[in-house]
Design a protein around this ligand. Structure first.
Ligand code: PMP
Ligand code: GLN
Length: 387
């Protein structure tokens, strides 16, 4: 067996969802909404399933979806992409990440990773033979600094992985931070694999800034998106990667031997969804922001110190500021077993020097679930006061 996989634990998301099922806890851990996505997108998938071909679609994706991705980014983010040479459909952002990392990292290459980092990044980099160079962000601001990037980048840097908006911190990097990272990437001729699955889930009037639009980055970025996040359909696994045509040749070769294709009816439905009008996107954001505010207010009233959430389905609790002296893993373990709430310890997103004082909660739930979660978290205060 490959020791990388043989010695790897199950992901924290699967572990906490499993514990929630076992204990009957409310699952505010793994990030998925209670709702089932927009009805017209579901109908488009249903229609495509019975009316259109269910045989292998083209390896790079259905033309209608690749065109929709290019049109969507032109309309929403001002990026000009040639759908034929610069857009490849994948089975979720997870496959896009794997394809991009395998295509761009040669054994021995250095890869800059920003902690906290989504759990798939490091194992994929190691599988590709990459040498991780870790940058560490800290609460409560989680900001990227020039010193940290200068220490991580070198002439051996092939790739840097960016996640913006950032899961699990629910923060958004400023244009100044993105420009800083862009400067390092261009200087060292490195490619930024930019995981932007949360690009539409941003609150309070914020607009998403794609790093691909920063100076010098058009040729230095692989931009990754996911229909699962845009349409609250996390099980669908329809994603894509966008990059200059010099890069897409290798990206497509990696993709062709990971999955080759993605279910065509879901591709057609996501293509339909990407054309939805502005009202859908603003309404979706407003709904999630209302849920965020409901959970934030309830937790704050119960005495939990909540860190601000600018985007994603998540908010986090600062344990130290909440007067809880035990670490995040212990807190999450006790929350699920003794308080009936599954949450995610943020230390799971670190490979070294973990931040152990922050717990992530998902607010993408119906009001009744949020309210029950608040009631249980309020009771849990007593649990930790005693510990
Ligand atoms: N990247 C990040 C940062 C994520 O949060 C997620 C899922 N929540 C993914 C990638 C995976 O996306 P997909 O389900 O489209 O594979
Ligand atoms: N990205 C989701 C989260 O952060 C989980 C996805 C998964 O379970 N792989 O909760």
């Amino acid at each position: 067996m490959n020791p990388l996989y043989a010695n790897m634990p199950t992901t924290i998301f699967e572990k906490m969802s499993g514990l929630a099922r076992e204990t009957g806890a409310i699952n505010l851990g793994q990030g998925f909404p209670d709702s089932n996505g927009p009805a017209d997108v579901l109908e488009a998938a249903q229609r495509a399933l019975v009316v259109q071909s269910n045989q292998y679609p083209p390896m790079a994706g259905l033309p209608v979806l690749r065109q929709a991705v290019a049109d969507h980014y032109r309309r929403h983010q001002g990026i000009d992409l040639d759908w034929q040479s610069e857009v490849i459909v994948t089975s979720g952002a997870t496959e896009a990440l794997a394809a991009a990392i395998f295509a761009l990292v040669t054994p021995g290459d250095e890869v800059v990773l920003i902690q906290p980092m989504y759990d798939a990044y490091l194992p994929l980099v190691l599988r590709a033979g990459g040498v991780p160079k870790l940058v560490r962000l800290e609460p409560p601001a989680w900001r990227l600094t020039e010193e940290a990037l200068a220490a991580a980048f070198s002439d051996r840097t092939a790739v840097a992985i960016l996640n913006n908006p950032l899961n699990p911190t629910a923060t958004i990097f400023s244009d100044a931070e993105l420009e800083l990272l862009a400067r390092f990437a261009v200087k060292h001729d490195a490619i930024v694999i930019s995981d932007e699955v949360w690009e539409h889930v941003v609150f309070d009037g914020r607009a998403h800034s794609p790093i691909m639009a920063m100076p010098g980055m058009r040729e230095h970025t692989v931009k990754i998106g996911s229909g699962g996040k845009i349409f609250s359909l996390t099980g669908w696994k329809v994603g894509w990667m966008c990059a200059a045509s010099e890069l897409t040749h290798a990206l497509a070769r990696a993709h062709q031997f990971l999955t080759f294709t993605t279910p065509p009816n879901l591709q057609a439905a996501v293509a339909h969804g990407l054309g939805k009008n502005e009202a859908y996107f603003t309404g979706m954001r407003a709904d999630f922001a209302r849920s965020r505010d409901r959970l934030t207010a309830g937790l704050a009233e119960a005495g939990w110190a909540v860190l601000p959430s600018a985007g994603t389905y998540f908010l986090s609790i600062d344990l130290a500021a909440s007067g809880v002296a035990v670490d995040d893993v212990t807190v999450c373990d006790r929350l699920v077993r003794e308080a009936g709430v599954a949450a995610i310890p943020v230390s799971a997103f670190y490979a070294e020097a973990p931040v152990t004082s922050v717990v992530r909660l998902c607010f993408a739930k119906v009001d009744a679930t949020i309210d029950e979660g608040i009631a249980r978290m309020a009771k849990a205060r007593a649990l930790f006061a005693r510990s």
